[in-house]
Design a protein around this ligand. Structure first.
Ligand code: ARG
Length: 460
C-alpha cells in the first residue's frame, strides 16, 4: 500500500473512507500535463540557482517526460492513497529515481503547485473557448450580411414596436457576445501570472528565481504576494463570470428563437438536425437544442455562485475547501465547449419564413412612430404628434382598419399638417432605412456595424 508523502508525523494511517473523501484525482488528474510542465520548469530553475546539479536536473527532466508518456499511454494509473495529481507524479518520480527524485519538491508546496497547474490549464482552455467564440461571432456577422434585407417587427414588452432589419438583430447578439469575448480575454490575463515559488504560504529561505520559472512556463507576470497567491482564485471567478454573461446571452438568443419558432410567431424554420420529435405526438418538432442551451445556463450561473460561496468565509491562506474549486469550473468549461461546438451550425441552418413575417409586419401599427416623426418634421411638437397618431390608432382599432387602409381625407381629420408626402413614410423598408441615427436599424448603419465588427475580429 502506498504511503502519503506527508506521512512522517503520523502514527496512525488514513481511514479508507477518508482517502476516498479526500482525493481530488477525479478532477485534477486532467492537470497531469501542466503538473509535469511545472515540475520540469521548477527543475530547470533549481539548476540555475544551484539547488540541483546538471546531472540531477537532466535525470529528473527525462523521468518526468517518461512519466508523461506512461500517463498518455494509460500505463500509469493514479492511486487515491496519494491523494492528488501532484503527489502521484512526485511519488512516481521518486520510484524511478530514488532520492534524486525526492529533490524536485525543494522550495515548493502543493499550494503553489496546484495554483500553477490550474492557471496553466485555464490559459489553454480559455484560449480554446475564445477561438470557439470567435467562430460564433463570425457566424453572426455572416447571418447579418445575409439577412440585412429581411425586415421584421422589433419588440418591447414582447409587443410589436417598430420594424427592424434582421441584420440589426443578429448584430445585437454580436455585440453582446463580443463583450463576453473581451471578458474572457480579461480572465485569461488574470490567469497569466505565475504562482510558482510562493511556497506553502510565505515564500522560501532557499535562493529561488521565480521570474525564471515564470519565463519558462510562458507566464507574462509573477504574482506579487505569496499569501495572496495561494489563497487567490479570482481568475477562476472571472472566468465563471465571463461564462455566466455569455450563457445568459445564449439563453436570451435561444428564447428569441424559441418564440419565433412557435405557430404563433412563425418567423423561422429550425434545422431538423437540431430538433427532436415527441414519443407520443407524431406532429411535433421541438426546439430541444435551444431549450437545452437555455436550461444549461442555470448550471453555469450556479457555478459562479458555487465558487463565490466557497471562498467567502475562508481565512488566509490555503484551506482545503479550495480543492472544491474544480468541479464548477470543469462543468462550465464542458458546457461552453459543447454549446459553442454546435451553435454556429444551428444559426446557419435557421430559415426565415418571409411570407409569414410579412403578414406580421401589417399588424400592430409598427409605423406609428414614423408618422409622429413625420409630423415633427412639419413643425408639430412631438408630444402633440404622439397624441395625434394615438388617436389615429384608436380610430383604426374601432373601425377595424390598418394605417394602410386610411385615405388622405381620413388622415386629414387628425391633423392639418398631414400631406400627400405621408405616403412615402408609410413603408416598412423606408421606416427601417430612415432610422439612420448612429447605431440605428437603417441598413446603412447595419453595414457600418458589420464593417466595424469585421475589423475587430481581424485584430484578434
Ligand atoms: N489537491 C489539492 C487541491 O486541489 C492540492 C493542494 C493541497 N494542499 C494541501 N495543503 N492539502 O487543492
Amino acid at each position: 500500500d502506498k504511503k502519503a508523502l506527508w506521512s512522517g508525523r503520523f502514527a496512525g494511517s488514513t481511514a479508507d473512507k477518508m482517502q476516498k473523501f479526500s482525493q481530488s484525482l477525479d478532477t485534477d488528474w486532467s492537470f497531469f500535463r501542466e503538473d509535469i510542465a511545472g515540475s520540469r520548469a521548477h527543475g530547470k530553475m533549481l539548476l540555475k540557482v544551484g539547488l540541483l546539479t546538471a546531472e540531477e536536473q537532466q535525470k529528473i527532466d527525462q523521468a518526468l517526460l517518461e512519466i508523461e508518456t506512461e500517463i498518455e499511454q494509460g500505463d500509469f494509473k493514479p492511486d487515491i492513497a496519494l491523494e492528488d495529481v501532484h503527489m502521484n507524479i512526485e511519488a512516481r518520480l521518486i520510484e524511478k529515481l530514488g532520492p534524486m527524485g525526492a529533490k524536485i519538491h525543494t522550495a515548493r508546496s502543493r499550494n503553489d503547485q496546484v495554483a500553477t497547474d490550474y492557471r496553466l490549464f485555464m490559459k489553454k482552455r480559455i484560449r480554446e473557448i475564445m477561438q470557439q467564440q470567435d467562430a460564433l461571432l463570425n457566424a453572426l456577422i455572416n447571418r447579418a450580411e445575409k439577412d440585412i434585407d429581411v425586415f421584421l417587427p422589433g419588440f418591447t414588452h414582447l409587443q410589436h414596436a417598430q420594424p427592424v432589419s434582421l441584420g440589426h438583430f443578429w448584430m445585437a447578439y454580436f455585440w453582446k457576445f463580443h463583450r463576453d469575448f473581451n471578458r474572457m480575454a480579461a480572465a485569461f490575463d488574470q490567469a497569466d501570472q505565475c504562482p510558482l515559488g510562493a511556497g506553502a504560504l510565505a515564500g522560501t529561505t532557499l535562493p529561488i528565481d521565480r521570474h525564471y520559472s515564470a519565463k519558462l512556463l510562458d507566464f507574462t507576470n509573477v504574482t506579487e504576494n505569496s499569501l495572496d497567491t495561494v489563497s487567490d482564485r479570482d481568475y477562476l471567478l472571472e472566468f465563471l463570470f465571463a461564462s455566466s454573461t455569455f450563457m445568459l446571452h445564449i439563453s436570451r438568443l435561444c428564447e428569441d428563437l424559441i418564440l419565433w419558432n412557435t405557430q404563433e410567431f412563425d418567423f423561422i424554420e429550425l434545422p431538423d438536425a437540431y430538433c427532436t420529435g415527441s414519443s407520443m405526438m407524431p406532429n411535433k418538432k421541438n426546439p430541444d437544442a435551444l431549450e437545452l442551451m437555455r436550461g444549461k445556463t442555470s448550471g453555469v450561473l450556479a457555478s459562479l455562485n458555487d465558487l463565490m460561496i466557497n471562498l467567502k468565509g475562508l481565512p488566509l491562506t490555503y484551506n482545503r475547501d479550495m480543492q472544491e474549486d474544480k468541479r464548477p469550473v470543469f462543468h462550465t468549461l464542458d458546457t461552453l465547449e459543447e454549446i459553442l461546438g454546435l451553435l454556429p451550425d444551428l444559426l446557419n441552418g435557421v430559415t426565415m419564413k418571409s411570407a409569414s413575417i410579412k403578414q406580421h409586419l401589417q399588424k400592430g401599427f409598427l409605423l406609428a412612430t414614423d408618422i409622429a416623426e413625420y409630423l415633427v418634421s412639419k413643425g408639430v411638437p412631438f408630444r402633440h404628434t404622439h397624441h395625434i397618431v394615438g388617436q389615429a390608432v384608436q380610430y383604426c382599432l374601432e373601425n377595424n382598419k390598418e394605417f394602410a387602409d386610411l385615405s388622405l381625407d381620413e388622415w386629414g381629420k387628425f391633423s392639418d399638417s398631414i400631406g400627400e408626402d405621408l405616403l412615402s413614410v408609410l413603408s416598412i423598408e423606408a421606416a427601417v432605412d430612415r432610422r439612420s441615427s448612429f447605431g440605428g436599424t437603417a441598413r446603412s448603419e447595419v453595414k457600418r456595424q458589420i464593417k466595424k465588427a469585421t475589423s475587430l475580429l481581424e485584430t484578434i
